[in-house]
Ligand binder design. Structure first.
Ligand code: 16G
Ligand code: ZN
Length: 534
């Protein structure tokens, strides 16, 4: 095996002078400098699987909403969670070893440090999005996996959440926690059936247009639609921006990141006032909704809105089922959540709000501590997770009357409809449709639940972003010294002011967020804080 590892690494030499980091969402950069990283990730995946007695580990090749020339890779833990932080560090170190001998030495060091039996089975599942570089990078991972003697299942093209689903299904197959059939068909059948049951014969108003960012979500959505109830009985879906034949169009002028960042519909959109739309990102783990109002003004319904909608609905169903005393719902947000959303959850829905640092893994961990944890980043990443005790309570509960029985059955269907392994744009979009159908709400009614505080996000280029250190879920700076005090002074000058600065985890920049009672005050505050940061 040793020679095979050295040979595989030498086949894909590392470019000189580059430093790779396993960041918030794995390794991500220009695709043409990733070959060496992918081979080494293959080795790490095999080690991780062996350290867990041969459990299946996932490798997803994607760069999400990044431009077409980028790519990336991330590892998935057995239940579909993001890679453990300790292993992120090992991955970073492995990616930066200079040559085959150093890689082999580090491989053996990891094995001895974690007492990994190198003869134990290693099992790894791989999949990729539709980027042109994906096939080549897949070859690089496979070289690493083969050299490490791993058993490999290649699912071809999948959305990121579908890969997480496969990993969880494979590891729970045949146990009491079995999550589903580990195949694409199994995924569509599970989510399609749950959608039908959760609707309870109610029909969403009008149709839904789904912009797929010209990414892998397009063909997968077209497939999923075949498993949904016929449009005459339930939901009519129009699929747009699903061109994966032209990989250079991925995420260009469309998709969730475009819509959220530019606060407008994709230029190609032909929808009229009131038409309900949503956009996925390039690997379909993010979704945001939007529509044009009667005055033709663009209205965004982002991750904060999805969280409030879903939390309020699940809260109602838990109460109607008679379970309010035993099941508590909480919402997890980041500092980017609009202050009005936080206030709405706390004061109107009367639910607990937790705030965590940016990045799905932080929200996921916080949500795991709740009975029902609803977590969404404002940018549309998110899902709902149910604790083992809550699942048990809901499964065993005997309803006392037909009303309770009805709510209980909706809750059970929602559990199946929500991808428990990770935020899934396709499953999240269907969940939103279920809630709107039950509430008989239009997007305008959904929007009217509260009014967002005007806000502004700025990107500031600094000479060294690593000096910006934060505390309190990134809401306050501890370094550079004195800066937080200056920000506080500016915040206190505007009405309903809030502002924070944090180093980006994905770009070489500091992000400044500000909100206030009026647009002018929010813009002004953001500008002033940006000046302080420079
Ligand atoms: C990554 C994160 C996303 C986060 C974003 C923040 C995952 C899967 N993705 O894309 O959740 O919102 O980084 O980027 O965790 P920033 O650090 O550049 O602001
Ligand atoms: Zn994504």
């Amino acid at each position: 095996m040793s020679k095979a590892i050295v040979d595989a690494v030498q086949k894909h030499p590392a470019p000189e002078g580059l430093k790779y980091i396993y960041g918030t969402a794995g390794f991500r950069t220009k695709a043409d400098v990733l070959d060496s990283v992918l081979t080494r990730v293959g080795l790490v995946a095999a080690l991780r699987s062996r350290s867990l007695k041969g459990k299946w580990i996932g490798v997803m090749i994607t760069a999400s909403h990044n431009p077409p020339e980028d790519n990336g890779v991330k590892l998935v833990e057995p239940l579909g969670n993001m890679l453990q932080e300790e292993w992120e560090v090992l991955s970073t170190d492995m990616a930066n070893k200079a040559n085959g001998d150093e890689v082999l030495q580090y491989y053996n060091e990891i094995a001895s440090k974690y007492k990994i039996d190198l003869d134990a089975p290693a099992r790894v599942v791989v999949a990729r999005d539709t980027r042109a570089s994906g096939a080549r990078l897949l070859g690089c991972v496979q070289d690493g996996l083969k050299a490490a003697g791993a058993e490999v299942k290649d699912y071809g093209f999948l959305t990121t959440p579908q890969l997480h689903y496969m990993v969880r299904c494979l590891n729970t197959e045949g146990t009491k926690d079995a999550y589903g059939t580990p195949s694409e068909k199994g995924y569509y059948e599970k989510f399609g059936a749950a959608f039908k049951t959760a609707l309870k014969g109610k029909r969403p108003q009008g149709s839904l247009t789904i912009d797929c960012a010209n990414g892998v979500g397009g063909p997968k959505l077209v497939e999923l639609i075949k498993y949904l109830p016929p449009k005459e009985e339930a939901l009519e879906i129009h699929v747009v921006n699903d061109n994966v034949i032209k990989p250079e169009s991925l995420n260009v002028d469309c998709g969730a990141d475009f819509v959220k960042t530019n606060q407008r519909a994709p230029p190609s959109s032909k929808t009229g006032p009131g038409d309900r739309c949503c956009s996925l990102d390039g690997d379909a783990d993010r979704v945001v909704f939007y529509f044009k109002d009667q005055a033709n003004v663009f209205r965004l319904l982002d991750g904060d809105r999805i969280a409030t909608l879903v939390a309020s609905f699940l809260g109602d169903q838990v109460r109607l089922a008679g379970l309010a005393d035993s099941i508590k719902i909480g919402v997890v947000q980041t500092a980017y959540a609009n202050g009005a959303a936080t206030q709405y959850v706390e004061q109107h829905l009367k639910l607990k709000v937790d705030c965590t640092p940016t990045g799905v893994k932080h929200l996921h961990h916080a949500a795991e501590k709740l009975d029902i944890g609803v977590y969404f980043e404002a940018n549309g990443h998110g899902t709902v997770i149910f604790s083992a005790d809550t699942l048990d309570t809901i499964a065993k509960y005997e309803p006392k009357n037909p009303g309770q029985a009805e709510a209980l059955s909706v809750l059970r269907a929602c559990i199946d409809l929500i991808n428990q392994s990770v935020g899934d744009a396709l499953s999240d979009a269907l969940l939103v449709e279920v809630v709107l159908a039950h509430k008989s709400w239009t997007t305008q009614e959904w929007l009217s639940t509260y009014t967002d505080l005007p806000n502004r996000l700025l990107k500031v280029l600094v000479s060294d972003r690593t000096i910006f250190k934060t505390t309190d879920a990134e809401r306050r700076l501890t370094s550079p010294e004195g800066l937080q005090k200056q920000i506080d002074v500016e915040v206190s000058k505007v009405r309903q002011g809030r502002s924070f600065a944090r180093a980006s985890g994905t770009e070489d920049a500091v992000r400044v967020y500000a909100e206030a009672a009026t647009k002018a005050e929010a813009e002004d505050l953001a500008r002033k804080v940006a000046e302080l940061v420079k």
